[in-house]
Design a protein around this ligand. Structure first.
Ligand code: AMP
Ligand code: ZN
Length: 479
């Protein structure tokens, strides 16, 4: 295994990652704000976090990973009030959609999935701690954090605080660097808006206090890793540091890891530009969850990801190549041994794969390691120089690959069906097709060609085309 390095926004350096407690990682991820369906930009960040999570596990680390649902913030309060719905009523649909989208993209559930609205007392307690240490002041029923009281304010986002007026306040949860001000920890109720009755008065939490309170409740005062998209570095994460370190006097997070944004065809994604996509929009256009996961994972997280439909088609083809190779390994007949040394070659592929991911999660290098190996192995198979020991070593490599990338299993049709897309009504699911193929292979082996033709025809009637290859393996495709 290669030494793992991660880029830390706090130090601006790519550093060896050493967890505080050997063998364990305490990680917090800012989850989605469930005021709408999450978009492909959001999922760029969530897929990156999943790759990080899976790779840490592959390295044998035990994870304590917390991810929250932001189910109360300015946008939710405004939308719920406009819809005359309670907050839970309003957010539940989007929370469930988010879970379903994660499942379709093979994003693993963290050890703790938590909701902000289940943790109001923890937030109140943290605000009380900060008040006791004079980090706060009250104004018109709201409570603000006094940034002048925390001299290290700005250390994450490196903002220049000169010229900022002491005591100037900002009430919005989200604002630009130029508007750095004392921010709201607790917001006074407004007519028609949801609020909680608490020891610090009626109102609702600011967005930033939510993550500080939840992260420290589940992971303690000092975390190993905190992740999110780059837009969260300021003000959200800067404010999390001010709140948490103000209250505890201890370092809050050791490694801040941020993903760059996704652009669409080179432009910022926005509804007004007509280039805004949710996962569901793309499933509706016929793209598969595996291709989307691949497209989102293939660009290293610190590079902007330029999402294009050409790129998505390429991702679809790359996933197909991986699956074809997996099929050949499963179904091919290979001579004994390792005639051309592919066993060692598979070991090198694994080493290159690990080197790529260890280098600040360079997924492009890790994928290149896999595809170089596939190309060479396919050539060896075509020329009959690929042995059974090579096949086992290659299968082992592919399994390691898929522990992190999670795109090889053929189950897109089932996932789409679950989400309400894909083959209409009586369309065959992937596992049904696989079962019919196995039956056909068995029929061919006992030379029952009538039966094997009958199955081929049945599949063809459902729009499934079979391709028999020289080495005896069979691939199928939807028309
Ligand atoms: P939100 O639901 O707005 O709190 O965002 C959820 C996550 O998506 C956060 O980590 C954001 O930083 C991230 N995010 C938002 N827009 C994009 C984008 N265009 N590309 C990548 N990540 C994004
Ligand atoms: Zn957060």
């Amino acid at each position: 295994m290669h030494e793992l390095k991660l880029h830390n926004t706090l130090t601006g350096k790519t550093e060896p990652f050493v967890p505080l407690a050997a063998g364990e990682v305490k990680m917090y991820t800012c989850g989605p704000t469930v005021y709408d369906y999450a978009h492909i930009g959001n999922f760029r960040t969530f897929v990156f976090q999943d790759i990080l999570r899976r790779y840490l596990k592959q390295r044998g680390l035990k994870l304590h990973h917390v991810m929250n649902l932001t189910d109360v913030d300015d946008r939710i309060i405004a939308n719920a009030a406009a819809a005359h719905l309670g907050i839970r009523e309003y957010t539940e649909k989007f929370a469930q959609a988010f879970f379903a989208d994660c499942k379709a993209l093979n994003i693993q559930a963290p050890e703790h999935w938590i909701r902000a609205t289940d943790h109001i007392p923890d937030m109140v307690k943290l605000i009380e701690d900060l008040r006791e240490k004079s980090f706060t002041y009250d104004s018109e029923g709201s409570i603000y954090y006094r940034i002048a009281k925390f001299p290290e304010y700005g250390k994450l986002s490196k903002i220049d605080l000169t010229g900022i007026q002491a005591g100037a306040r900002v009430d919005n949860d989200r604002y630009e660097k130029e508007s750095a001000r004392d921010f709201a920890l607790w917001k006074a109720p407004k007519p028609g808006e949801h609020f909680w009755e608490t020891d610090i008065g009626p109102g609702r939490p600011g967005w930033h206090i939510e993550c500080s309170a939840m992260a420290m409740k589940y992971l303690g005062e000092t975390l190993d890793i905190h992740t999110g998209g780059i837009d969260l570095a300021f003000p959200h994460h800067e404010n999390e540091i001010a709140q948490s370190e103000g209250a505890t006097g201890k370092p809050f997070v050791r490694y801040w890891v941020h993903a760059e944004h996704l652009l669409v065809e080179g432009e910022k994604m926005s509804k007004s530009l007509g280039n805004f996509y949710t996962m569901r929009d793309l499933y509706g256009k016929g793209y598969k969850p595996s291709a989307l996961r691949y497209a989102l994972a293939s660009v290293p997280y610190r590079r902007q990801l330029n999402f294009t439909f050409d790129g998505l088609t390429q991702a679809t083809n790359s996933v197909e190549r991986l699956r074809t190779f997996a099929d050949r390994l499963k179904q091919g007949k290979f001579p004994p041994g390792s005639p051309a040394g592919f066993k060692e070659r598979a070991g090198k592929a694994l080493d290159d794969f690990d080197a790529g991911l260890a280098d600040d999660l360079n997924t492009a290098v890790a994928l290149a390691a896999a595809f170089d190996f596939l190309r060479e192995a396919n050539i060896a198979m075509d020329s009959g120089r690929f042995g059974s020991e090579d096949a086992s070593a290659a299968a082992e490599f592919l399994a390691k690959f898929d522990e992190v990338f999670a795109v090889v299993a053929v189950n897109d049709a089932e996932k789409l069906k679950e989400l309400g897309y894909g083959p209409a009504g009586d369309g065959l699911g992937d596992s049904e097709i696989d079962a019919m193929l196995a039956e056909r292979q068995a029929a061919r082996q006992r030379r029952d060609f009538a039966k094997s033709d009958e199955i081929r025809k049945k599949l063809a009637d459902s729009g499934i085309i079979l391709e028999d290859s020289k080495d005896g393996s069979v691939r199928w495709k939807r028309k």
